[in-house]
Write a protein of this length. Structure first.
Length: 181
């Protein structure tokens, strides 16, 4: 039996549910949502996406952007649950190491994901400084095996967003493998 979001919401410890909302969903209102989820367990739990959305709508203050506010919160909560259910960070870590090991010294690998926290945590794992910067590199971040060439992610320009609305959440990070002495 594989893990389901329903299992996380109804049976995982409340501290772990809060951690998932905070770290994977980057939700600022995580503590309030965590408490509402725990209270919902006392009334039979959460079993459908509609029930989760209803809980989020009622837990999100009206001063946080009206309808848009709770929809953004719901998006982050469902993102956090998806990352936890699919164990996406472990999958990303495995693939990042596999790709990085295939690179020749001086070769680079890019991650064009749209989840900032996920990217930051994984790109931080492999890095080092080779001393030479390309003009577009603002600052290299030093580490053990590679150099992160993009301190901040490269995001689409306004022109790109106008041409392709779906690209608005894309963030590009680049890491370069360095030669070992």
């Amino acid at each position: 039996a594989s893990l389901r979001a329903e299992d996380i919401l109804n049976s995982w410890p409340d501290t772990e549910v809060g951690r998932i909302l905070r770290e994977y969903g980057e939700e600022s209102n995580w503590r309030s949502l965590q408490n509402k989820i725990v209270k919902a367990r006392l009334h039979g739990g959460l079993h459908t996406t509609g029930e989760v959305a209803y809980l989020i709508r009622n837990a999100t203050p009206g001063t946080r952007g009206g309808r848009q506010g709770w929809i953004k919160t719901a998006t982050r909560v469902f993102q956090a649950l998806r990352i936890a259910v699919n164990d996406e960070l472990k999958t990303l870590e495995d693939s990042l190491y596999s790709c990085f090991d295939c690179l020749a010294p001086g070769g680079s690998n890019e991650d064009d994901g749209d989840e900032e926290g996920r990217q930051r945590s994984e790109m931080r794992k492999i890095r080092n400084d080779n001393g030479e910067n390309e003009p577009w590199i603002k600052q290299m971040i030093q580490g053990y095996r590679g150099a992160i060439l993009t301190k901040r992610p490269i995001t689409p320009s306004e022109e790109e967003e106008r041409l392709n609305r779906r690209c608005r959440s894309a963030k590009l990070r680049v890491i370069q493998k360095v030669e070992r002495d």
